[in-house]
Design a protein around this ligand. Structure first.
Ligand code: PRP
Ligand code: URA
Length: 209
């Protein structure tokens, strides 16, 4: 069963509150999103497998843990997921990056796919899908379905702010995927925006409105 991890760290909550403020500009918004992503990355990667390897210290040889795989991919959902990518790459510098382009149709609110480029051999990677907003869950769920069709077995979803509706939707269709969020907000409004939320994440990251 999918586990919902709410990463309720005071630093993350503090930074998120600044991001929610409508007067916070794009530069600060981007920086805070990357900082939070790095902090959340600690939780998302907490259960990565390790194997004991030999290491020669200046004193003696010993066996110590090492990541069992370097096949880790960060997959941002374009556009807004890009805002979480650098923060995660700071933590996992050897990770590969795939891109899935989806936008929500403004009338139907259904996700529309327009781009996809994934690392070769993605089926053997631990994949972290990132998108700041989990609203209806349509975009994240489509991205997860797409990755599973490409053979991905170990995939987790990292979002900043989620609506209860989006969490239920993803858990219904992807009961095998753990979800990591910094906050679960109240609800969606009639335009399917998260309330209180932080507005349109893509526009705030890229200054397009
Ligand atoms: C936003 C957000 C998610 C999606 C969430 O993207 O970044 O991808 O909406 O909504 P959902 O859970 O209801 O699918 P948007 O479609 O605005 O595209 P953008 O990132 O290009 O701005
Ligand atoms: N997409 C956003 O960027 N914000 C929301 O609140 C919902 C979807």
């Amino acid at each position: 069963m999918s586990i919902l991890h709410i990463v309720n760290h005071p630093l993350i909550q503090h930074k998120l509150t600044i991001m929610r403020n409508k007067d916070t500009g794009s530069k600060d918004f981007r920086e805070l999103l990357n900082e939070i992503s790095m902090l959340m990355g600690y939780e998302v990667t907490k259960n990565l497998a390790t194997v004991d390897v030999s290491v020669m210290t200046p004193i003696c040889e010993t066996k110590k843990p090492f990541l069992a795989t370097d096949k880790i991919a960060v997959v941002p959902i374009l556009r807004a997921g890009l805002g979480m990518t650098d923060g995660l790459l700071k933590l996992i510098p050897f990770a590969k990056v795939g891109h899935i382009g989806l936008y929500r149709d403004e009338t139907t609110h259904e996700p529309v796919e327009y781009y996809c480029k994934l690392p070769t051999g993605i089926e053997d990677f631990v994949v972290i899908v990132v998108d700041p907003m989990l609203a209806t869950g349509g975009s994240s769920s489509s991205a997860l379905t797409f990755l599973k069709l490409r053979g991905v077995k170990d995939v987790r979803l990292m979002c900043l702010v989620a609506a209860p509706e989006g969490i239920s939707y993803v858990q219904k269709y992807h009961p095998d995927v753990d979800i990591y969020v910094a906050a679960v907000d109240e609800k969606l409004n009639q335009d399917k925006y998260i309330v209180p939320g932080l507005g349109d994440a893509g526009d705030r990251i890229f200054g397009t409105k």
